[in-house]
Ligand binder design. Structure first.
Ligand code: SAH
Ligand code: SF4
Length: 433
């Protein structure tokens, strides 16, 4: 999400006459797009700010701006830092040229007003990830779910869907420029909902997420489509039906479970039970047998007992995740959990539970990859492998990284590969001639 936002910022600034430089020491303006999701994400930025202090001593006229969620959450504290000149929240990027113009000789500039409408729909993001093959498309902003641990609804504001026409135009333009894969992004993509009554709508009917997905998939069978993130409570059958219809919609669903215990899920305000979650998975596996599932897990949430933790381990086994993003619970000020629940799992216990979760996930990833041995997979090449220029690296429709000897193939090609070996992180294979 932040990569995608930074691409919007770059577009706004390029139109105002700025250009990107390759070395931070050459920059006259440094903008940092920040994340508040966990405390350690914020701590990283505080140490970056210390580094900028030393840069500013050496470079006269250097401007430093803090953007994004931390700007929203900690505006006053950031402005107190002598090194910070600009503080701009997630909905105020259009205002950046104005803030920069006002700066010389004047006061520090701040805009952290959250909007009910801003989706940056008409801004064509300037891609920073230069592989030229895969790109993110932001389809909505904000979140209305208020999971009790999560700061997102407070720092990114209310959920709003972007005009589908602008999403389609962006996807088509990417495809015409040689891109082969787009990932539709939102905090909860399944609740995408564009109303026909919205101003300037070129659609006569409301556009749901499954409809949007279908329209993007129809651009070309040569364009892979991914999406993230799905909330289990909103992931309905219509999305699965659309996936079945279009083989270019990738066979991978990121479906964050967070915990395997009903009492923890309730305290998290996730609005589904373990059973409902597993029924969803059953349906996915029935309709899309070759679909992989990944997840997010939080270890050591408020009141989590040893049994709750064991329930998380068992849900992981039942789901057979091919990969997971795993975190220790980090209390975020002002969230419902911070206000109403005690952060009572000791750090040592959080850490050991997280380690058990990571160890299990490694095991599950290896099992999932081993099941692919001997299979034929289609890889979209994204670049060279980290180890050697003689090998290419890309992903399968199931989102697994696969490495194979380059031969005549190049970045952007779809290559049929037979999987011959694997680790828990990667598949290795041979090109099928
Ligand atoms: N909208 C997405 C998640 C966005 S945040 C969804 O609901 O699935 C990405 C992940 O960060 C979350 O899924 C959760 O696992 C983790 N996370 C969010 N707040 C956290 C916190 N306070 N402590 C630890 N992990 C957190
Ligand atoms: Fe946070 Fe929940 Fe919204 Fe995801 S759905 S961004 S976890 S509040």
């Amino acid at each position: 999400m932040n990569v995608s936002d930074s691409e919007v910022v770059l577009s706004v600034l390029q139109q105002a006459g700025y250009s990107l430089c390759s070395k931070i020491t050459e920059a006259s303006l440094i903008l940092v797009n920040t994340c508040s999701i966990r405390d350690n994400a914020e701590q990283k930025i505080w140490s970056r700010i210390d580094y900028f202090k030393s840069l500013k001593k050496r470079r006269k006229g250097l401007t430093v701006g803090i953007l994004g969620c931390m700007a929203e959450r900690l505006k006053e504290r950031l402005l107190e830092q002598s090194v910070v000149d600009i503080v701009a929240g997630p909905d105020s990027y259009r205002d950046l040229p104005h803030l920069l113009n006002e700066l010389p000789g004047g006061e520090k500039q701040i805009n952290t007003i959250l909007s009910l409408e801003e989706t940056y729909a008409d801004i064509s993001p300037v891609r920073m990830d230069k592989n030229g093959v895969s790109a993110f498309i932001s389809i909505m902003r904000g979140c209305n779910n208020f999971c009790s641990y999560c700061v997102v609804p407070y720092v990114r504001g209310r959920e709003r869907s972007r005009n589908p026409q602008s999403i389609l135009n962006e996807a088509k333009e990417l495809f015409n420029n040689g891109y082969k894969e787009v990932t539709l992004l939102g905090q909860n993509v399944n609740s995408f909902n564009w109303r026909a009554t919205d101003q300037q709508s070129s659609f006569k009917e409301d556009i749901s997420f499954s409809k949007l997905l279908e329209m993007v998939a129809q651009i070309s069978p040569q364009l892979r489509v991914r999406f993230s993130t799905s909330h289990p409570k909103d992931m309905d059958d219509s999305v699965l039906t659309t996936m079945v219809k279009y083989s270019n919609i990738c066979r991978h669903i990121h479906l964050p479970v967070q915990s395997g215990s009903d009492s923890v899920l309730k305290r998290m305000n996730r609005k589904y039970t373990r059973k409902e979650y597993l029924l969803r998975l059953e349906k996915i596996k029935k309709m899309l047998p070759d679909c992989t599932i990944s997840t997010d897990i939080i270890a050591g949430f408020c009141g989590e007992s040893e049994q709750d933790h064991l329930d998380t381990l068992s849900v992981m086994r039942e789901a057979g995740y091919y990969t997971s993003f795993m975190f220790q619970y980090s209390q975020r000020p002002d969230t419902t959990a911070a206000q109403q629940l005690a952060d009572d799992v000791p750090p040592r216990v959080k850490n050991s539970r997280l380690n058990e979760i990571i160890a299990l996930q490694n095991e599950l990833s290896h099992i999932s990859n081993k099941a692919d041995l001997g299979n034929e997979v289609e890889v979209l090449v994204e670049g060279f492998s980290k180890r050697s220029k003689a090998e290419l690296s890309g992903r399968t429709s199931q989102n697994k990284v696969c490495i194979f000897p380059a031969g005549e193939h190049k970045v952007g090609d779809y290559v049929k590969v037979k999987v011959t070996s694997c680790s828990s992180a990667t598949l290795k294979g041979e090109v099928i001639s």
